[in-house]
Design a binder for this molecule. Structure first.
Ligand SMILES: Nc1ncnc2c1ncn2[C@@H]1O[C@H](COP(=O)(O)OP(=O)(O)O)[C@@H](O)[C@H]1O
Ligand code: SF4
Ligand SMILES: [Mg+2]
Length: 389
């Protein structure tokens, strides 16, 4: 069952008049004691108004770093080493008139205060850490309103707090509850209510329901999607759970070792995952309704981001790797040539290495054959087994 039905989305992934957020060439390092971690390298992404951009990838692929960078919540030892994050605010929120884009990464603290919560909010994975344990939920909601909407009276703030609780499915009598008096699902709903308080245009959700059981997770996500349809905000949805994004995102960016390795609409990715890592991820989980298929998965683990070997960061785990993969880093490019909206960072789609990009069927057959050969018992261990150890 789909969480929400989306209309077909023709993404071009480059700045269009309706672009809300355009991230260009973003790189972030953590200067850790034992070496510099290149958490994000040359990431470019865009999000249109009213749309959902999903970020998927294994733990450590840089998803949260991206969320923190765009909201300017990164703290040392993190450092933004390159890039920009252009956000187009609404100059007159009532008329809907658009202002010029601002680079969030270069805003002054005062400009940033004006942008946070009113335009852009973040929902973290751990509601317990995000909520203030010594303030009740109502006080936390009215605090945000008091700080950003000095024009509101006490009664108006109170009324808005109750309205927000209703929107996220919390009973009004919970207004005076403290975080420890709420269950995990309720706490996460409270965080979402705070994020919605000033009706932002963009909400970044970092694993918002990962800590919750599947039923509660689904309930909350369905509500968030219904609210999004009603209030028309955009979402950057971060999760390690690609199956979730295939239900709710318009566009999905697959991240690996701090880079975007595939950028595609939800439909493109479902039908035809182009990057071997995306293909492996999609075949790591069974679908209930889809065709029966062979589950492969991806043995091995991601590289240490302090010293990524030259070439494609996925080469040590990729059953289709060839010589160029170990020397050249593949750039993100249209999969089958100019005009293709599906972008992929893999040499298999580089005309210098192949006359034509593999078709979906060819690609799947090659992947499955190479994968099976790597896993044949009694053979000298191949690349995948070696990396899995
Ligand atoms: N404070 C930190 N110091 C050093 N390395 C960090 C720090 N925070 C995150 N990292 C590293 O940055 C990389 C990306 O982390 P993160 O953005 O949290 O990934 P994800 O959200 O995809 O799991 C990982 O290799 C992680 O170990
Ligand atoms: S560039 Fe090479 S190693 Fe990387 S995903 Fe493509 S085929 Fe595999
Ligand atoms: Mg994370």
């Amino acid at each position: 069952m789909n969480v929400v039905n989306q209309t077909a989305h023709q993404a071009e992934h480059v700045g269009r008049p309706n672009t809300l957020l355009q991230i260009n060439h973003l790189s972030v390092d953590y200067h850790a004691e034992n070496g510099t971690v290149h958490a994000l390298t040359d990431v470019s992404l865009s999000l249109e108004r009213g749309r959902i951009l999903g970020l998927a990838g294994e733990s450590g692929s840089g998803k949260s770093t991206l969320g923190y960078a765009v909201t300017r919540l990164l703290k040392p030892p993190a450092a933004i080493v390159a890039g920009e994050a252009l956000y187009t605010p609404r100059a007159a929120r009532l008329t809907g008139e658009l202002a010029q884009p601002v680079d969030v990464l270069r805003l002054t603290p005062q400009q940033l205060r004006a942008l946070r919560w009113t335009e852009l909010a973040i929902v973290f994975q751990s509601a317990m850490n995000a909520l203030n344990p010594v303030l009740n939920v109502g006080a936390q909601l009215t605090d945000v309103l008091r700080a950003h909407r000095p024009d509101m009276t006490r009664q108006q703030r109170q009324a808005r707090a109750l309205e927000l609780l209703r929107m996220v499915g919390i009973a009004p009598d919970r207004l005076r509850s403290f975080p420890h008096e709420l269950c995990g699902g309720m706490r996460q709903r409270a965080i979402i209510a705070i994020a919605l308080a000033l009706a932002p245009d963009l909400i970044i959700m970092d694993e918002p329901t990962t800590a919750l059981d599947v039923v509660v997770q689904r309930e909350i996500l369905m509500e968030v999607m219904a609210l999004r349809a009603e209030l028309a905000f955009s979402v950057v949805f971060i999760t390690h759970d690609l199956s979730l994004l295939l239900e709710l995102a318009d566009t999905v960016a697959i991240m690996y070792a701090g880079r975007v390795v595939e950028l595609a609409t939800r439909g493109e990715l479902k039908r035809n995952p182009r990057h071997p890592y995306s293909y492996g991820m999609l075949n790591s989980f069974p679908t209930i309704q889809g065709e029966r298929r062979h589950m492969t998965g991806i043995p091995g683990s991601p590289p240490d981001l302090r010293s990524v070997a030259p070439g494609c960061a996925f080469a040590a785990r990729c059953p289709l790797a060839f010589a160029a993969c170990r020397t050249e880093t593949p750039p993100l490019r249209p999969a089958t040539g100019p005009g293709d909206s599906q972008l992929v960072a893999c040499h298999l789609y580089d005309p210098r290495h192949r006359a034509a990009a593999p078709t979906a069927a060819e690609f799947a057959a090659r992947y499955e054959a190479a994968y099976r050969q790597e896993r044949t018992p009694g053979r000298t261990p191949g690349r995948m087994e070696r990396s899995a150890r």
